[in-house]
Design a protein around this ligand. Sequence first.
Ligand code: NDP
Ligand code: 8X3
Length: 252
Amino acid sequence: MAKIALITGATSGIGAACANTFAVQGYHLILIGRRETLLAQQALHIEEQYGVKVRKIQADVRDKENINYVLETLPLEWKNVDVLVNNAGLSQGLDPIDKGNVEDWDTMIDTNVKGLLYVTKVVSSWMVSRKSGHIINIGSIAGKEVYPNGNVYCATKHAVDALNKGMRIDLLPHGIKVTAINPGMVETEFSIVRFKGDEGRAKKVYDGLEPLIAQDIADAIWYVVSRPAHVNINDMLIMPTAQATATIIKRD
Ligand code: NDP
Ligand code: 8X3
């Protein structure tokens, strides 16, 4: 069987671009996301276009029991995951700490941190058994810096940064690679989700600059994954040329 990549949050943005990129390289795919229709369309397109096999898992990474169940009940040959892309994540709101919405905080922490852990626990155990694998954690510039009103989202991405380092240490004896990919501004559904469907406000985030696109990040991930066996890229920070830091941006 060809190599297998498991990608969380594969229904849009960076995850969807990764799915296409790995399929082009002949990987079979396990794709996780909540939106069933998008998942089905994506799987059909990839299978028809690239002739690889796609296993769809319509699931919420926050649902610990279900994530365990859907992964542990995969047929044995699908557990030979070579690459795990921990991509599912989101921001909700952009408010000062005293005005933040507690439900939004729970959603971000449960998705970006706990969901990533639930998937990683199962998949890394398979990699440990095979003494092989590569885990890609999608962090952010928000995991390197803290910006006004970013509080809880930044905290979740700082947690991803720490987990990325911790995973690399713990999985070192088993020969498993661990890499953090930390993007700056990428125009995806991210800002629409952050602003809860307000497309006008989302669009303004990218006004007057050329942001990254999802394919830029997928290309970087493929670069990292395609290095020789003795090379691991620990951490990659990728920014639009017009963005120097989380908040210093050149707009025309
Ligand atoms: P998108 O909103 O376009 O994609 C997010 C993906 O995550 C979707 O496929 C969504 O699918 C999935 N997702 C969200 N919550 C869950 C959940 N509970 N269970 C399963 N899947 C979930 O945004 P991006 O592609 O930009 O985001 C991908 C990652 O990149 C995130 O971790 C984000 O924090 C990070 N990032 C983004 C940046 C940006 O500027 N865009 C910059 C730096 C990092 P569905 O709704 O179908 O479940
Ligand atoms: C997403 C990018 O702008 O919130 O991680 O730092 S930003």
